[in-house]
Structures are given as structure tokens and as C-alpha cells.
Design a protein around this ligand. Structure first.
Ligand SMILES: *Cc1c(COP(=O)(O)O)cnc(C)c1O
Length: 424
């Protein structure tokens, strides 16, 4: 990284990087929140991605067709609602490295985790444990705990959490592997966040899947912070199932429709238990409204209800942008932006007594840097907000910054550094 050695923390230098950025024009395609008449420095795309300017016209199209056709819009709308979810499938499958038949957009993330665990967490007296990362996102913790309880097991006994070692912030993968090995006779499921929401650590999903399978367990991932952020190969990695939301890196709007993945190898098993609804029934005969459920041979089998068209329209607007750019170009820029943010924090540290400690690993990360601000608390965050920077704050003293390649600039990072240094 000879380029890294030449980095400078100046406005001029940041602007020169923006000038050379092949994706620089994409910022224009998004609506940036304003602060005192200027774009905010938006570093929270890992929490709620920004709105593409095209989103409203995609939604308006469906509103218009609803007005024009009423129920007939299911067939006559420009984008017929009947198969609407299918319009998202190919592009989403590409983003997560899956075959189209392995992916479906439906429901919300936590709902999908539960629906998939209905099929893939089938504990027995011998094999009933779930392994996850310590301090998983709270919703995931509640989901796992309630599944264990639902099946009549004891949470303390059945839930194995792998912790960072004393004094460390990230989890050593060797500790995950030894926990798998230690519990190999009783492990039913591994369910880990592919990218940790707090530290930004990216786990080696391929190796974890392999180790899990070797131990006889099913392996699933929560990809809330991974989809649209890092390169994924769910099919190739042989992951059993996964779920993710679309409102973080995938810019599909608050509470928008979520994704689910089921590996091809499970799709031919028509006897897999699941919670069924009419949208999972074979399409050709769905409207015969017959008593017998005929499961689809794709991930669509897990759909229960008909599709939420408006949030799917928003998701579609965003996926069209992702498809145009491609993950390779995004990741290329993501790495540069994140490296620049890391550099700038190093420069601040030189002036401010090393008060900022980056806990995100240097190698295994996406576009997120989590910083412990030693000696500072929530007032620092409030001041950042007052000055037009929107990072994310986690008690007691962690600032999470996500420089998102689609709409953040090198100039954003420089502005952030100027404001932060003035507050420290
Ligand atoms: C954001 C996030 C969620 C949120 O769940 P919803 O069902 O979409 O409300 C769950 N898990 C993880 C890991 C997340 O990052």
C-alpha cells in the first residue's frame, strides 16, 4: 500500500482523492440530510442507508397503478404485483453470491431468522446447542433464546457464546473453532452475525461453515451488516441459511423488506418442516386454493404472505443502483475510504495524546470503523451531531463510523476529522 504512505489529512488532498474516484458521481444519486444548509457528514449508512433519488418514482409507479387498476394491478400493473418479489431476486442473489432460486425477499430480518430456524434448528436430546458470538445484536439474542425455550431446553445450557478474550474487543476465530470442537457432539446450530455490528469484525464464514458441518451442525448467518458491504459467496461457502435486512447498506428505507437464503441442497427436501402460508405454495396451482400444501422448490417456499409492494419498490430502486455499480467496484472504493478514515484517526491521535482507539480489525473489516474515545462520553457524540456529523454512538464511549462507498466522499472524512479534532 505505497499509496497509504503518501496520504495527507488536508482538504485539498481529500478533494483530489474524490476527483480520482470512479464512483464520485453516485453521491448525486442520493438525498443527503442537511445541516445549516450543508450536506451532513453521514456515517450511519450501516444503520439506515440514505434514500436514492429514484426511490419515490419507483413507489409512485405502484401507487399510480393501484389507483388505476385496483385489484387488477396484480396482473395489469406495469410491474405486476403478483410476481413482484421476483423482480428483486436476481440482483439480490448476485449481491450475496447465491443462485436466484436460493434467495427470496420477504418479511423482516428477525422474522426471517425465526422462520428459517423453524426449519433448521431441529434440536434433539443429544444435539440441541446453538453457538453464537457474545454480545450478538440484541434481536438475535432474543431470537436464539426464545427458540431454545420454545423447544423446551435451558438457555444457559444450550446457548454457547464465544467471547473476545480479556482486554480484547474482537473474537479470535481460533476460539470459535475450539468451541465448535468442544461441543461437537451436542451442537445443533451455529448462528453468527457475518459482520459484527459493534466492532465491525468480519468473520471467516467459509471456514466457520466448514468447521460447523464437520461437527455435524447446521450453519446460518445474520448478514444485516454484511449485505451490500462485503463480498459474499453464500452458495459457494455452502452456508445452510442466512437472513439480512435491506435498510442498512442496502438503502431500501426504514423497516423495508428483508432477505432470506436457503442453500440449494435443502430445496429438494420437501419434507423439511416449516411454517407455511399460501405464498410458499406452488405458483401454478396456488389459486386452486386446494387443502394440500405443495411447497415450492425455491427459497420462495418460506414466504407466507403476499408481498409488501411499496417497500419492495424502494428495494428495487436501490438494487438497480447496486447492480449498475457492482460489488467489486464498491469494495474497491470502500477499502480506500476506510483506509483513509483510519489514517486520519491516526493523525488526530498524534495531536491528541492517542485518545482514539480503533477496535475494528485492520484486515477483517468492511466499511466500518468503531472507535473507543478514551475519556469522552455521550457529550462528544452530541457535539458531533450539533456540528453536522452523524455517526453512531454506543455506550459508554464507542463511535461507529461507516464511510459508505456509494455516497460518502474523502472530503466527508476530512470534514469529520476537522470537527472531531476541534472537540477533543
Ligand atoms: C439491524 C439488525 C437487526 C434488526 O432486526 P429487524 O428484524 O430488522 O428489526 C437484527 N440483527 C442484526 C445483527 C442487525 O444488525
Amino acid at each position: 500500500m505505497s499509496e497509504v504512505l503518501e496520504l495527507k489529512n488536508s482538504l485539498e488532498f481529500a478533494k483530489s482523492l474524490d476527483e480520482k474516484d470512479p464512483l464520485k458521481n453516485y453521491r448525486e444519486r442520493f438525498i443527503l440530510p442537511q445541516h445549516n444548509g450543508k450536506d451532513v457528514v453521514y456515517f450511519t449508512g450501516n444503520s439506515l442507508g440514505l434514500q436514492p433519488k429514484t426511490t419515490s418514482s419507483y413507489i409512485q409507479q405502484e401507487l399510480d397503478d393501484w389507483g388505476k387498476f385496483g385489484v387488477e394491478g396484480h396482473f395489469l400493473a406495469k410491474n405486476p404485483w403478483m410476481p413482484y418479489h421476483e423482480f428483486l431476486t436476481d440482483k439480490m442473489a448476485k449481491l450475496v453470491g447465491a443462485q436466484p432460486k436460493e434467495v427470496v425477499m420477504m418479511n423482516q430480518l428477525t422474522v426471517n431468522l425465526h422462520l428459517l430456524m423453524v426449519s433448521f434448528y431441529r434440536p434433539t436430546k443429544q444435539r440441541y446447542k446453538i453457538l453464537c458470538e457474545a454480545k450478538a445484536f440484541p434481536s438475535d439474542q432474543y431470537a436464539l433464546q426464545s427458540q431454545i425455550k420454545f423447544h423446551g431446553f435451558d438457555i444457559d445450557d444450550a446457548l454457547i457464546e464465544v467471547h473476545p478474550r480479556e482486554g480484547e474487543y474482537t473474537i479470535r476465530e481460533e476460539d470459535i473453532f475450539s468451541a465448535i470442537e468442544k461441543n461437537k457432539d451436542s451442537l445443533a446450530l451455529i448462528m453468527i452475525g457475518g459482520v459484527n455490528f459493534f466492532s465491525g469484525q468480519v468473520f471467516d464464514m467459509k471456514a466457520i461453515t466448514e468447521a460447523g458441518h464437520k461437527a455435524g451442525a447446521i450453519v446460518g448467518f445474520d448478514l444485516a451488516h454484511a449485505a451490500g458491504n462485503i463480498k459474499l459467496h453464500l452458495h459457494g461457502w455452502n452456508v445452510d441459511f442466512a437472513a439480512w435486512c435491506s435498510y442498512k447498506y442496502l438503502n431500501s428505507g426504514p423497516g423495508s423488506v428483508a432477505g432470506a437464503f436457503v442453500h440449494e441442497k435443502h430445496l429438494s427436501n420437501v419434507d423439511l418442516p416449516l411454517f407455511a402460508g399460501w405464498w410458499g405454495h406452488d405458483k401454478q396451482t396456488r389459486f386452486l386454493m386446494d387443502k394440500k400444501f405443495i411447497p415450492m422448490q425455491t427459497a420462495e417456499r418460506w414466504q407466507m404472505s403476499n408481498a409488501p409492494i411499496f417497500s419492495m419498490a424502494a428495494c428495487r430502486a436501490s438494487l438497480d443502483i447496486f447492480d449498475e455499480v457492482g460489488m467489486d467496484a464498491l469494495i474497491e472504493k470502500s477499502k480506500r475510504l476506510t483506509a483513509y478514515l483510519e489514517f486520519v484517526i491516526g493523525e488526530i491521535n498524534k495531536k491528541k495524546n492517542n485518545c482514539l482507539h480503533i477496535i475494528t480489525p485492520e484486515k477483517n473489516r468492511g466499511c466500518q470503523i468503531s472507535i473507543v474515545a478514551h475519556g469522552y462520553g455521550k457529550p462528544l457524540y452530541n457535539k458531533l451531531i450539533e456540528n453536522g456529523v452523524i455517526p453512531d454512538w454506543r455506550e459508554p464511549n464507542v463511535i461507529r463510523c461507516a464511510p459508505v462507498p456509494l455516497y460518502n466522499s474523502f472530503e466527508d472524512i476530512h470534514r469529520f476529522s476537522e470537527i472531531l479534532i476541534s472537540l477533543l
